[in-house]
Design a binder for this molecule. Sequence first.
Ligand code: GLN
Length: 461
Amino acid sequence: MKLGAELITLKEALTLSSSELDTLRDDLKNKIEDNKNLGAYVEQLTNTEISGAGTGVPIAIKDNINVKDQHVTCSSNILQGYISPYNATVIDNLEKAGLSAFGRTNMDEFAMGSSTDTSCYGKTLNPLDNEKVPGGSSGGSAAAVAAGIAIAALGSDTGGSIRQPAAYCGVVGMKPTYGRVSRYGITAYSSSLDQVGPITQNVEDAAILYDIISGHDAKDSTSADVEKTPVTPNLNADKKLTIAVIDNYIEQASPEVKKGFDKAVKALEKAGHKIVHKNMVDTSKILSSYYIVATAEASANLARLDGVRYGNRKGDAGLKDMYIQTKSQGFGEEVQKRILLGSFVLSSGYYDAYYIKAQKVRHLIKDEYSKIFEDADLILSPVAPTTAPKFGSFKTSLEMYLSDIYTISVNLAGLPAISLPVSNDEEGMPIGLQLIGQAYDEQTVFDGALSLEKAVAYKKA
Ligand code: GLN
């Protein structure tokens, strides 16, 4: 496959003239065409022209973010034919800064998954090894950046969907603090967990894109009205930090990920950072809490897709038939499973036993993070227990859910985190680690990441 020809960075692209940007967009279109088999863009899978009429720096957009007059389908049959009448706030923010939406990236249906193989359009391949998954649910965005067919991309992260595909593809992915980036115009999966963030070629580009998309938005009631200082002009890789590692979590990683982790810890120590050791609530409780909260909220959010106002309407034998046919033909298996689970945990008689309990565990997780941050500026953790697995490695949904142990607690606690590649496994697949910070302290997250990026000097295999 013809891949990896170095693309310019976002920082460089922002200095181009409008005629140079026209050339860049044409080049990108050709490269996207040449790498069709990757399936990173919905357009590659549907043989259609790359969407996006803007003339700014091209940014690839996950197919769950509304771009005015463009199809938005969350890679689901139920939204076929839907055209957005408005821009998400993140898209308005891109345009204000001279960037434009360019192409729709493939994803797990409704952002539920870890592999980008539940899309109704077909799967996205990992550009580094086509037999392996690119991760999910923002696998299209991560694969596009890794393959050199996107300068940078936006993804969404409900339980790891930016950080994990970034780790599997060897690029940088950042989830901001809950409330930092407007959710207006993002198709909701789990409203109390979802955040949009950048997927980029390096840490500095992630900071640039984060600065552009973030900020208070009156159109989103969950957007935080807190002061925001741009992180990029203040980036400082030389700040000496205290970084915590959670010992009882590392044990659950594969030997190769552990090896990559140890190497990164040594590099951080050598760069002058102090490492402290901590423990946290066991991951099985985190997993249960996340899959109860996320599916409960998903069942409520997806209820609107019933064929009446939204949804590709099916069934003509009355109202009930329309509901049943629209939903059973429109939603894929994993989405249906989660709607059923979510409806169950919210149902009378089970609400207290499951949903309320999960919310209590969520508070506990938040408290445990706060305790760690009394003694540390950042936490270093794996992103996933293994490097990218082969397609079909997970035999059941539960096996797939287990691969989320390192990412989901960050969303439950609403914290910012960034994933970056630190080394490669024996097969040459990237090992990604994440740095987790305190709420609204994105500056320290980016400073630490820049320092780690320099300290490990990661090279593709
Ligand atoms: N893998 C997780 C899930 O399936 C995370 C998804 C996400 O962050 N959108 O729910």
